[in-house]
Design a protein around this ligand. Structure first.
Ligand code: MG
Length: 246
């Protein structure tokens, strides 16, 4: 099942189902053109995992850590499918990072490894947009990772049955493939991440764990059109603009 959060033509926020290209809520149906697609959930926090693919760690000149490298993106980072993200001003390098994101279905803490999938509502696509100019200069990645709209996500939450263990993940910029991998290339699995994270903090329904990016990151430019496609979920699309500094 693909769960879509949207604003209907009357302006009411709904959570319905996306079936083919038809959106269903109760006995109402809408085409995608009739609705505004909203971010698929409203996280109180996004817990991000760094360097969870060995090939990306290598391209950043790092090794895979011996435990998950964690950082946070706050709710101001959320941006929706089909949005236009304004990049931080005056930066040389702000990168794309295609990631599989886990959407949590219930409040949880201290989740054992074997029960971790019980707290997963489903999966979505996320772009962990990263301001390298500042990320490389600060210990806590506030300027680097937590600026407004630094986490476009969507378009839907796909329930776990929709996702193959080796689902393909691909990022395209203006139609050109830049990242291409499979999610079985993770170093730390989704259950391992949930168990580790909830040892330290409570996750709420709608919170997100973003599982790291494969190799192929690169710099965003004004006017770029991004597509992040994960097999079994769909394609998140958004645009990018640089601030008008005139
Ligand atoms: Mg990342």
């Amino acid at each position: 099942m693909h769960i879509i959060r949207f604003r209907d033509p009357a302006g009411i926020v709904r959570r319905g189902r996306l079936e083919d290209s038809t959106v269903r809520f109760g006995d109402s149906t809408y085409s995608m053109d009739e609705i505004d697609v909203l971010a698929p959930c409203e996280p109180t926090k996004i817990v991000c995992v760094g360097r969870n693919y060995a090939d990306h760690a290598a391209e950043r000149g790092k090794t895979v850590p011996d435990r998950p490298l964690l950082f946070l993106k706050p709710p101001n980072t959320v941006a929706s499918h089909r949005s236009t993200v304004t990049l931080p001003a005056g930066k040389q390098r702000v990168d794309w990072e295609a990631e599989l994101a886990v959407v949590i279905g219930q409040q949880c803490r201290n989740v054992p490894l074997e029960a971790a999938m019980d707290v997963v509502e489903g999966y979505t696509c996320l772009n962990d947009i990263s301001n390298r100019d500042d990320q490389d200069r600060e210990q806590n990645w506030v300027r680097g990772k937590a600026f407004d709209n630094a986490a476009p996500m969507g378009p839907v939450v796909a329930t776990p049955d929709e996702l193959a263990e080796d689902a393909r993940i691909e990022l395209r910029v203006n139609g050109e493939t830049k990242q291409h991998s499979r999610i079985d290339q993770f170093f730390f699995s989704v259950p391992e991440l949930i168990a580790e994270i909830t040892t330290h903090l409570t996750l709420e329904a709608g919170d997100v764990i973003s599982t790291g990016t494969p190799a192929g990151v690169g710099p965003l430019s004004d006017g770029d059109h991004l597509e992040i496609e994960i097999e079994g979920i769909g394609t998140l699309e958004h645009d990018v603009q640089t601030p008008d500094t005139k």
